[in-house]
Design a protein around this ligand. Structure first.
Ligand SMILES: [Fe+2]
Ligand SMILES: [Fe+2]
Length: 178
């Protein structure tokens, strides 16, 4: 059994991951409207990944004999950053940094509560956030290099279109899965 504080924080993280999914879905739609289907595909794959993250927390809470408690998901906020490919990816980077912080805070809490199981469970997410921040930062850097020039944008769009589609939703046990 996990402590009430850890369980509440894990449930909050389900909501954060579902919000992330929602945000990427909104970004995917914006990218399609900008005429950048490769970007649209990349954000849509990211949407699926985030659903998978929410599912990991969901399964883990149940595995630990806890209660899943689902809350309302906020409206995704992109604002003026939805006007350009760079704006979308800068929003994405800021959001991933925010999510990394929330994973680190969750890990701090698990340690404070001597919850070794949750501490280990969160290792996967620490590594995942390093990867996510790095891959998003690479695209931000590339977009800054091309400075909105169509040729450069279309090249990046083609590259992003090649991302393999993410596993839609994983299932089963939270700890053993990769
Ligand atoms: Fe995530
Ligand atoms: Fe993410």
């Amino acid at each position: 059994m996990q402590s009430d504080a850890v369980e509440a924080a894990l449930n909050k993280q389900i909501n954060e991951e579902l919000y992330s999914a929602y945000l990427y879905l909104a970004m995917s739609a914006r990218a399609e409207r900008l005429g950048l289907p490769g970007f649209g595909h990349w954000f849509k794959s990211q949407y699926h990944e985030e659903l998978g993250h929410a599912d990991r927390f969901y399964s883990y809470i149940l595995e630990r004999d806890g209660d899943v408690s689902l809350d309302a998901i906020a409206r995704p906020e992109i604002g003026d950053n939805g006007e350009t490919a760079l704006g979308l990816f800068e929003t994405s980077l800021a959001h991933e940094q925010y999510i990394s912080d929330s994973i680190f805070n969750l890990k701090d809490l698990a340690r404070k509560e001597s919850d070794h199981a949750t501490d280990v469970f969160l290792e996967w997410f620490v590594r995942e956030q390093i990867e996510e921040e790095a891959s998003v930062r690479t695209v931000v850097d590339q977009l800054k290099l091309v400075q909105g020039q169509p040729n450069g944008l279309f090249m990046i769009d083609r590259e992003l279109a090649a991302r393999p589609a993410a596993n839609v939703i994983t299932s089963g046990l939270g700890v053993a899965r990769d």
